[in-house]
Write a protein that binds this ligand. Structure first.
Ligand SMILES: [Ca+2]
Length: 353
């Protein structure tokens, strides 16, 4: 936004100055039309370049310093939950202590079609590498203000979750380097699988060495024309790197933005410095006009299903007791059958004599 305004201002000021000079010199008529033609051509090129140039910060969905009245006042746009607390420098979702859960949730449902969320965060703590946990998550969901096991939020959520997972629970897959950023879209019937670090349901992801860094670390989540893009800026070089790029992601309007975090046996400070939401103005596509309103989150070419029920089936303990009770039942039926049969046989014999 700032970059565009500067360029356009510069062009406009230059044009005004140029008109004055040209007018003074009496050459106004022909040159004016040539100049106007050039000006509009250049402006058109800039506006076609990219939607970032037309972005607008939406303060009602953003969380920035100073965090005055956050959570407590009625005019605040955000609520705090669990261990989340405000300092002058950040909103600390969890301290570097075991078994803590904290979150911040936007109070206003978001009806923007195209948006970009930039997250400035810091994860740091005393624990050595892989002796820290569990990470933080960003949310765009139907539900809000629920404490739970998925990075401090409820399981079986409806919407989008973006996870900065700092602890590798699944030690069988050593090829993946943690911390790891991944995304998941769920429709209220899918569990996040902690033991597998969410692998069965992830849309994509990337390694992001974000812990105990001295420089600032950022994450970007962009949703434009049903395309979900996640980028990281974590090297202190002010460069965005691609992490997830997935078309065909259908998210309903009217969901809530949130951020949450959880510590278990292992811990970290999970600090949120800012959440900035930009509305992106993008060229309207005919395809978009034809599309029906999304009511249930979904992803093209991906079946969102209940992993727990379909994949695990009957557990070992359940199977053991089912067999035991079946055998006992059969035995009992046989005993009853034998008793009834011998009584009947005895009665029959008595009748004969
Ligand atoms: Ca994990």
């Amino acid at each position: 936004m700032a970059a565009t305004m500067t360029k356009k201002d510069l062009v406009w000021r230059s044009s005004t100055l140029f008109f004055d000079i040209v007018y003074c010199c009496g050459m106004f008529s022909r040159i004016r039309w040539i100049f106007l033609f050039l000006f509009f051509t250049v402006s058109q090129c800039w506006s076609d370049e990219a939607y970032e140039r037309e972005e607008f910060l939406k303060r009602e969905y953003s969380l920035m310093k100073p965090y005055q009245g956050l959570g407590s006042s009625s005019s605040s746009h955000w609520d705090l939950l669990g261990t989340a607390m405000i300092t002058t420098e950040h909103v600390r979702l969890t301290p570097d202590l075991q078994s803590r859960q904290g979150a911040v949730w936007s109070r206003i449902p978001c009806y923007l079609r195209h948006w970009e969320l930039q997250i400035h965060f810091k994860i740091h703590g005393q624990g050595k590498k892989n002796l820290n946990g569990d990470g933080l998550a960003l949310w765009f969901t139907k539900e809000r203000m629920q404490i739970g096991s998925v990075f401090g939020n409820m399981d079986l959520f409806t919407g989008l979750g973006v996870f900065v997972d700092t602890y590798p629970n699944d030690d069988k897959h050593q090829e993946r380097v943690f911390p790891y950023v991944s995304a998941m879209v769920a429709n209220g019937s899918v569990k996040y699988d902690h033991e597998l670090d969410g692998r069965p349901t992830e849309l994509g992801g990337c390694t992001a060495i974000v812990r105990n860094q001295n420089h600032d670390t950022f994450l970007l989540v962009r949703y434009v024309h049903r395309r979900l893009t996640i980028m990281t800026n974590i090297d202190g070089k002010q460069e965005w790197r691609d992490c997830v790029d997935r078309p065909g992601v259908h998210l309903p309007l009217g969901y809530y933005f949130g951020a949450s975090s959880l510590t278990g046996d292992l811990s970290d400070n999970h600090d949120l410095i800012s959440l900035k939401l930009y509305e992106l103005t993008v060229p309207h596509s005919e395809q978009e006009e034809e599309e029906e309103e999304v009511t249930i989150p979904s992803v093209d070419n991906m079946v969102i299903r209940n992993v727990e029920i379909e994949d695990q089936g009957m557990s070992g303990v359940t199977l053991f007791f089912t067999i035991i009770f079946s055998v006992l039942g059969c035995f009992l039926l046989c005993v009853v059958g034998i008793v009834v049969y011998s009584r009947w046989k005895e009665n029959r014999r008595k009748r004969f004599y």
